[in-house]
Design a protein around this ligand. Sequence first.
Ligand SMILES: C[S@@+](CC[C@H](N)C(=O)[O-])C[C@H]1O[C@@H](n2cnc3c(N)ncnc32)[C@H](O)[C@@H]1O
Length: 175
Amino acid sequence: MAILARRFGARSRKTSIGEFLGTPTDLIPELLAFANVNGSDVVYDLGCGDGRILIEAATRYGCRAVGYELDPSLCRIARDLASREQVNHLVTIHNADAMAAEIGGADVVFLFQPPDTVSRLVPELLKQLSPTGRIVAHEQSRVRCDPSPAASRPLFSPAALTVAHLWKADPTPGA
Ligand SMILES: C[S@@+](CC[C@H](N)C(=O)[O-])C[C@H]1O[C@@H](n2cnc3c(N)ncnc32)[C@H](O)[C@@H]1O
């Protein structure tokens, strides 16, 4: 994501794009299904926290999963969790700035970041993804983004509520 780094001026200084707040674990299976994740996908999470989305993707679908996380302690937790769930061969955690990530190999990119960050990142990420690439973000508050999501869906459980948004690199209906 050298393009992102240039676009947002994150050259040598690592720039936080959001604080840690984990996606409610009981919503993750639905988020993965919403993104239509399958076993041949490579799933990225930019700002992966404790790796919960990646680990669920790898466990559930057997897909490869790659995370970028600035906080080294969260990276350690993510790697430990991946080992515990026996998916450490599928999950790679980079203790690195997501703004410097190369996302060309990603099929699905997850973003759980503040709405203004999502609005800024989505158009840039869409330029870098392959035609089958998808981006999924979820937020409780409204996300204003150009382009608009191809689909949005409320997700809720007894303990949590959010709205998931899906963008496709190829916006053709049915793609
Ligand atoms: C809201 S949390 C989301 C965690 C995880 N994706 C999830 O959904 O459970 C955002 C994460 O992004 C990380 N972060 C913030 N700026 C970052 C950056 N520039 N590069 C990598 N990680 C970053 C934070 O440390 C935090 O763990």
